[in-house]
Ligand binder design. Structure first.
Ligand code: ADP
Length: 642
């Protein structure tokens, strides 16, 4: 029955009488109407208030009925049109049909004809509308479902990449599998590599007890078939099967979990009570989810193995006997082990992220870290607050920062001190008898006539005693420097010292045909030092260069200033030092294996040099290549005259 306002009817004919008739009849039937004699005014109204039906005259003064029908089919395509025709012309009717005009009314009008035509047209339009709504609804539901699936899949993808909690990621995927396929239960079965059985790694809606105790062999089971074939399996009502899990399902999907070419398990959903079969689309969804499961499992495996490696390394670093401090490029602590905490008497609390300067209040350590030329200062001795002495070394680690390793040398230091004290005492006690021997050797000649052979023997005794005296003097010297007794310091200019020292060697070098090249040293600022010790240092290094350089070679002396330090280098083109022996070169009494045993020397020269350097807060190191030459580099801080 009429249902305004949808069923508002527009009457558009040029004939006032027809209009009136239609208007009266329709109103009597309960419809509302709008009457127009021309298209222009009707058109205006249509735009603001579209009608439920249009009754159209064949010819109006401003347009034909067919023209108007065409226009209406664009503007309001769902509105049915009734065409009034004077006679049934096949041509007009053909055109009318083409334009989608639902009915026509033949003039003269009869009330029953009007009634049935209007009702038919409206009923047909209503059915069409309902059908359209239904279709739209269907399409929307399926779209909504798809959007929902997509959202779930995106959410899952996100949770797989962002979470490394294996249980929660796998549970989320199973939940999604159950939800998206509208199923009752879901399970993820993996192959236990040890037993070859299948166990449930994650499940939804299965009892906990069932999940815990579930174990089935792969052979002859439905899941086993999926694993061996690598293809999904679908069961429905037509083929119910008591699957080897001791429960009967109405429908089920199992899809394989494939990692590379290997099947590692099965993802499944099933219905035990509802008889709803699964669709092809569900298999596709589950296959997509199976890929997520594999990615998640692989992520977890990689993370676990990286974590294990990291833990292993961390445990090693934590437990080794050496101290380890790792800092990043901004000097913030990344790692410190227990040895470090104990040595610096630090509380056992996390230090990660704190600046090294804030945690460690030890100038030598900070100088090591802050050294602008790391290679010059990559090793230092640290006296830590717990009374120990460490040999600390810094190493740059690209991509991370720097690592400081600290080796405990307390006992070595102690031994060294005891040894030095002993040597000092012995040397001291040796001096008087040596002087006596020398004195009496001289007196022998004066005491009476001696033959040539006896004179030769006396010379040999004197030479040997002088050698021993030299050694004793060296030892005493070393002892004094090591004890730090000589604390006298003054500004010392290297150019003057080098001049005095080289003057001494000039004759010797000339005899040995060794060229000496001293680069200009006038612009080198003074260092704050003990001039006698500095002189001894230069003498020892130049003496060595002269001793171990064959005739025809060259000795070069140069110095330069870098920031707040003077770098002095003494280079020769001599025999060099075997690289394996370089670490021992500054040890007392050490002489390299390539030295001619007849060459005069005590093996103490470089120990004295090292002690002098250390007493002046300097550094010394050696670069040498066997057969090519040796360079000693000494670094001193520029004098800050107090
Ligand atoms: P020595 O009295 O033997 O010269 P040093 O302590 O001065 O003792 O030097 C220790 C050892 O270092 C030497 O025996 C030699 O093997 C090696 N050495 C020192 N300087 C040089 C050099 N310039 N060239 C080659 N070898 C050197």
């Amino acid at each position: 029955m009429p249902n305004p306002p949808t069923d508002n009817i527009f009457i558009i004919t040029p004939d006032a009488q027809i209009n009136m008739l239609l208007d009266r009849v329709l109103k009597a039937l309960g419809y509302t109407t709008d009457v127009f004699q021309d298209w222009t005014s009707a058109n205006f109204q249509i735009k603001t208030n579209p009608p439920g039906l249009v009754i159209l005259g064949e010819k109006l003064k401003d347009a034909t009925g067919l023209d108007i029908a065409k226009e209406l089919s664009i503007q309001t395509p769902a509105t049915p049109i009734l065409l009034l025709v004077a006679q049934e012309s096949p041509e007009i009717l053909k055109q009318a049909m083409r334009l989608g005009i639902s009915q026509y009314l033949l003039l003269p009008l009869r009330v029953e004809d009007i009634l049935s035509a209007v009702q038919d047209s409206l009923a047909q339009a209503k059915r069409r509308k309902e059908w359209t709504i239904l279709q739209v609804k269907r399409a929307t539901t399926s779209l909504e479902r798809k959007v929902n699936e997509l959202e779930t899949l995106t959410r899952l993808g996100h949770s797989i990449t962002s979470s490394l909690n294996s249980d929660s990621v796998l549970s989320t995927i199973i939940e999604a599998a159950v939800e998206l396929t509208d199923s009752e239960e879901g399970s993820l079965m993996l192959i236990d590599e040890k037993t070859g059985e299948l166990y449930i790694r994650a499940a939804r809606n299965f009892s906990e007890e069932f999940v815990r105790t579930f174990r089935i062999p792969i052979q002859d089971t439905l899941a086993g078939n999926v694993i061996s074939s690598g293809e999904p399996t679908v069961l429905d009502e037509k083929a119910p099967k008591k699957i080897k899990t001791s429960y009967l399902v109405h429908s089920l999907i199992y899809v394989p979990l494939k990692l590379k070419d290997q099947v590692i398990g099965v993802l499944g959903v099933d219905n035990r009570t509802t008889k709803m079969p699964f669709k092809e689309h569900d298999v596709k969804l589950l296959t997509a989810l199976a890929e997520y499961v594999v990615i998640a499992l692989e992520n977890i495996r990689l993370f676990d193995s990286a974590n294990q490696d990291r833990n292993k390394l961390e445990t090693i670093l934590k437990n080794i006997q050496d101290g380890v401090i790792v800092i990043d490029d901004n000097h913030q602590l990344l790692f410190t082990n227990q040895v470090v905490l104990t040595a610096f008497q630090l509380p056992n609390e996390p230090l990660q992220g704190r600046p090294i300067e804030e945690v460690f209040n030890l100038a030598e350590l900070l100088a090591l870290v802050n050294a602008s030329i790391p290679s010059l200062y990559n090793r230092v001795e640290l006296s830590t607050p717990d009374g120990r002495i460490f040999n600390a070394q810094i190493t740059a680690i690209s991509g991370i920062g720097q690592a400081i390793t600290m080796h405990d040398i307390t006992h070595l230091k102690k031994l060294d001190r005891i040894k030095s004290e002993f040597v000092n005492t012995v040397s001291h006690d040796l001096r008087s008898p040596l002087t006596a021997i020398l004195g009496y050797a001289e007196l022998i000649e004066k005491a009476g006539p001696i033959n040539i052979l006896q004179r030769d023997f006396i010379r040999r005794v004197q030479n040997s005693v002088q050698n021993i005296t030299g050694l004793v003097n060296d030892l005493l010297n070393l002892g004094r420097i090591e004890a730090g007794l000589d604390t006298h310091r003054e500004p010392v200019y290297l150019n003057q010292l080098v001049e005095y020292s080289t003057d001494n060697f000039r004759k010797l070098l000339e005899d040995r045909k060794i060229r000496l090249v001293v680069f200009p040293l006038d612009n080198i600022p003074p260092i704050y030092a003990n001039p006698l010790q500095m002189r001894q240092l230069l003498d020892n290094l130049i003496d060595n260069a002269a001793k171990y350089t064959p005739p025809g070679g060259t000795i070069g002396i140069r110095a330069e200033v870098q920031q707040t330090q003077v770098i002095l280098q003494i280079r020769d083109t001599g025999i060099g030092i075997p690289s394996a022996e370089l670490p021992f070169i500054f040890d007392k009494f050490f002489r390299a294996s390539n030295v001619d045993k007849a060459a005069i020397g005590t093996g103490l020269g470089l120990s004295i040099v090292k002690s002098i350097v250390e007493a002046h807060q300097g550094r010394i190191w050696v670069d040498s290549k066997i057969g090519e030459g040796t360079t000693f580099t000494v670094v001193f801080p520029i004098a800050e005259i107090p």
